[in-house]
Design a protein around this ligand. Sequence first.
Ligand code: ADP
Ligand code: MG
Length: 316
Amino acid sequence: MPDSSSALPDLAIDVTGLTKTYAASKKMPAKQALKGVDLAVPRGSVFGLLGPNGAGKSTLINILAGLVNKTSGSVKIWGADADKRPREARAALGIVPQEINMDPFFTPRETLELMAGFYGVPAPERRTDEILDALGLGDKKHAYVRQLSGGMKRRLMVAKALVHTPPILILDEPTAGVDVELRRSLWEYVRKLNANGTTVVLTTHYLEEAQEMCDQIAIINHGAVAACEPTPKLLRRLNYKTLVVRPETELTGVPAAFSGLDASIRKDGQLAIAYKSDATTIEQLLAKLRDAGVKIGDLATEEPDLEDVFMALTSN
Ligand code: ADP
Ligand code: MG
């Protein structure tokens, strides 16, 4: 029998006009944390929410998770409106919050079983041991949570988010304060989940991380989306490269031949020439250098990274 409700949505998450104003409390002043955010997360993507501390990333995620009430706007998760069909909407999400929160007196196994119970996963369908093994916690499943290292707790947080096999996994700053080894294994696992069809949303203020992990990146700053594009397109926005030359003999200034270009002498004496890679070739630049009598000791090219995009978009 055809069942239209089982059709997969094109957008895993569809947020429009989302605003959030926190009321003043004893601890904090009133704050408009989100100022009309639109966000469309394609099903199957790894989507990055990139922004500095205080940008509003966790507020957005906590609204998706149902932990914070929005002020206005609409939120659709896996095709379900979060106001009209909240249970369905939340069931589609696995959330790994920024703060580690766990009952220290349970074992990892008990923690996952409790979570599965909370989501109403019937016992025969539970994947407790499989998930613990996948996250390298198999041999710790009977230890008390308070005896686990920080990295293990972090992995247990991820495990907790997966007990109901959600089609969307959201990770809020999963690698903040996490060592390199764990970061690598965590990303490896997230990639595996994504390859198997899980849509992944992650927040980070590490630019390199977003660049490396995400198909698409939304840059969020002061509660608004400053840019939202496929990662390669975002990088193409800066379609320039920089040729860096170490001259054999010190230059007293930028050679006249480069005065029309964006060229400068760096503190270390290297000559840096920015050029549009679709308009100028390295060969042309090298010919100019030869003509100017510059002897090249060494040379390299540099490409812009997200840091540059980020600086350009959020420097207000
Ligand atoms: P991010 O996760 O990007 O660092 P947050 O969403 O945590 O940003 O915070 C966005 C802004 O909202 C910050 O200025 C923060 O201080 C403020 N904020 C967060 N939670 C509250 C709250 N409960 N009450 C008042 N202001 C808050
Ligand atoms: Mg945050």
